[in-house]
Design a protein around this ligand. Structure first.
Ligand SMILES: Nc1ncnc2c1ncn2[C@@H]1O[C@H](COP(=O)(O)OP(=O)(O)OP(=O)(O)O)[C@@H](O)[C@H]1O
Ligand SMILES: [Mg+2]
Length: 274
């Protein structure tokens, strides 16, 4: 079993990078060979796993893979790391995105240059951290992986961002190629009434099937439970600052179990039969 997945939403600060890093780590903890790909020019995933030097490096980088001009083999720019490998972002990724936009087949480069050569042969799972904008890199990630995990804050702007993404990006891509939503992941929850209302609204919507069991509204009323979703835990940002995954930073954190459940959903290819 192998799968590539992008963690995407055309909205800033919802937890794409946090989920991508820790999903990659959870898949690795389950015994898989995993590659984390940072396709965001901000390089937050790269920095968050302690590879800031690669982001600023003048050596070969992801830009030499995503080019018409004599591309290099993707293996040359992969960094080994404890638990999973990383294809780092680069400070020049904005220019690289222009190239992807201006080349006829640029939007297929992620599939043809990264996913196809590596999935199965080198890795069981490839997890891509996407930029927060609609654009050629984010399209290329969705088309290249054929699967998406959507982190969502339980706030109105975040949900309407997802609805827009569904109409403007996921829908049009789906008319041409396969693209499955594996899960919608409510993130950074603290337990306020707005969160309750939005989770219940999602459960009454056509997106209900994408809400994982650990994010269901019934957990609000379960007194033994910490509440639904990925909870607000300061350890996520502290781990990031230390260049570590949550599991490396705080091996007893109570969100590791939920990240493991998310990894299992990705392995299974969706929330069905959960
Ligand atoms: N569950 C959580 N608990 C506490 N802090 C969190 C949680 N999830 C994310 N954060 C923090 O929120 C901020 C935004 O998260 P993150 O960078 O993962 O979002 P993003 O969607 O990747 O942002 P961008 O759109 O800029 O790429 C970070 O500082 C991160 O540490
Ligand atoms: Mg990010």
């Amino acid at each position: 079993m192998s799968r590539a997945v992008s963690v995407s939403l055309q909205k800033g600060g919802v937890g794409k990078t946090t989920i991508a890093i820790n999903l990659a780590d959870a898949l690795a903890a389950r015994g898989n060979d995993v590659l984390l790909v940072d396709l965001d020019q901000q390089g937050n995933a790269t920095e968050g796993v302690g590879l800031k030097d690669a982001y600023e490096s003048s050596e070969s980088n992801i830009g030499d893979v995503l080019t018409d001009d004599d591309p290099i083999d993707v293996h040359e720019v992969i960094r080994d790391r404890e638990s999973f490998d990383v294809l780092p972002s680069h400070v020049d990724l904005d220019d690289i995105e222009d190239r992807v936009r201006n080349s006829t087949f640029g939007v297929l480069w992620v599939r043809r240059r990264i996913v196809d050569p590596l999935l199965d042969d080198d890795y069981d799972y490839i997890v891509i951290d996407s930029p927060p904008s609609l654009g050629p890199l984010s399209d290329a990630a969705l088309i290249g992986t054929g699967n998406v995990v959507v982190p969502l804050l339980m706030s109105e702007p975040s949900v309407s961002g997802f609805e827009r993404m569904f109409e403007q990006q996921i829908g049009p891509i789906r008319r041409e190629v396969d693209l499955d939503i594996l899960a919608i992941v409510p993130n950074d929850l603290t337990g306020n009434n707005e969160e309750k209302r939005i989770i219940r609204d999602l459960e009454d919507s056509p997106f209900e099937q994408f809400i994982p069991p650990f994010a269901r509204s019934e957990l609000f009323d379960d007194t033994d439970s910490k509440g639904p979703g990925i909870r607000h835990r300061i350890a996520f940002s502290r781990a990031w600052r230390d260049g570590k995954t949550l599991r490396e930073y705080d091996p007893s954190n109570d969100m590791l179990d939920r990240l493991d459940q998310l990894a299992e959903i990705v392995e299974r290819g969706g929330t069905d039969d959960a």
